[in-house]
Ligand binder design. Structure first.
Ligand SMILES: C[S@@+](CC[C@H](N)C(=O)[O-])C[C@H]1O[C@@H](n2cnc3c(N)ncnc32)[C@H](O)[C@@H]1O
Length: 321
């Protein structure tokens, strides 16, 4: 890489796009799907019956609101920090309950999407006006270190929507280890993780015939076009989903349907795609108790309890240090 190029890679987005698209097997990170358009497409995905994850987690949080809130509550007050909060649809069930009980807490949602943070702040002010909110735009790994500052009172860290499933196991262990390092005795990590199940059910969740998931995946190319001066033609790429029932890993790809050249001005890059060449864009890892126990022990965490839905498709785990 020349010093000229290094100078141009002055944001994480530019740097990661350059690295991913110059790799032998091309890849882009799904965290860059989320902007105003990507956030709306994800809400549309959550509304699809085939995307069972949202309904299952909503059921768990609705049926066990009291029990979960009781685990969170602390006489001396607590901080409720949510990583990758999105539109907070499911968290609001817990937040409404806690506010109704006059619980002493501050809700701190963190998300990489400024649009998600702005929308969430607005809807919370309308729907739960008495809630103390301290929202922040941020990337998981960037904010983890700063979470250590929240050590004056109990900390409850919430990660819903199987967000950790976007990380392969070694990275997930780093994530959990760093979370553990921010935690003190008595702090909790409350995390939703999608479970292994009939592979067809999983494939259907990421492969809707209406093409909403395809549009969501292709938003990566639209963002590169609008923010980095790219000239991708998203029509020349096909959304493709695979699920490996052995490893529990679902993977999304964008597959070039024809040979093409793409340039990205902001990072001085010209890329040649062969016909049927792939860009790997997302992983959505599926878990079972054995894997979660292994991840927890490899990260120095303990599973205190868990909650599941009526179909046992999804689980919310409570981890302690
Ligand atoms: C699958 S959505 C789930 C949203 C929400 N937790 C839910 O369950 O509905 C993932 C959310 O995490 C955010 N996100 C993805 N990668 C992130 C990262 N590396 N750092 C911070 N936020 C991230 C996205 O912007 C998005 O709002």
């Amino acid at each position: 890489m020349t010093t000229e190029i290094v100078k141009k890679l002055n944001t994480p987005f530019k740097k990661e796009v350059y690295e991913g698209l110059t790799s032998d097997l091309k890849y882009l990170s799904s965290k860059y799907i989320y902007d105003k358009k990507g956030d709306k497409l994800f809400q549309d995905i959550m509304a699809m019956p085939s995307y069972y994850l949202t309904d299952c987690e909503f059921e768990i949080l609705s049926l066990h609101t009291e029990e979960i809130a009781a685990l969170f509550e602390e006489k001396e007050g607590f901080d409720l920090i949510e990583l990758g909060a999105g539109d907070g649809k499911k968290t609001k069930v817990l937040l409404k309950h806690l506010v109704a009980k006059n619980a002493d807490f501050v809700y701190k949602p963190i998300d990489i999407s400024q649009n998600a943070i702005d929308d969430l702040t607005k809807t919370l002010a309308q729907e739960i006006p008495n809630l103390a909110v301290d929202a922040e735009k941020g990337e998981y790994f960037e904010v983890l270190d700063r979470l250590k500052q929240f050590n004056a009172r109990k900390k409850v860290i919430v990660v819903l929507g199987s967000n950790m499933g976007n990380l392969l196991h070694p990275r997930a262990i780093e994530f959990l280890t760093q979370l553990k390092d921010t935690m003190n005795k008595g702090d909790l990590l409350f995390m939703g993780l999608d479970q292994k199940k009939n592979p067809q059910t999983i494939i259907d969740a990421y492969n809707d015939p209406e093409g909403i998931t395809a549009a969501f995946n292709k938003n990566l190319l639209h963002r590169i076009n609008s923010e980095l001066g790219g000239n991708f033609n998203p029509e020349n790429f096909k959304h493709w989903e695979v699920y490996d029932p052995e490893t529990g890993t679902a993977k999304s790809f964008l597959v070039a349907t024809e040979a093409q050249e793409v340039t990205i001005e902001a990072i001085d890059l010209t890329i040649n795609f062969r016909q049927w060449e792939t860009i790997h864009t997302e992983i959505s890892q599926k878990y079972d108790d054995e894997i979660v126990h292994w991840l927890a022990s490899a990260s120095g965490l303990k599973i205190a309890t868990d909650f599941t839905d009526s179909k046992a498709y999804y689980k919310n785990y409570v981890f302690t240090k």
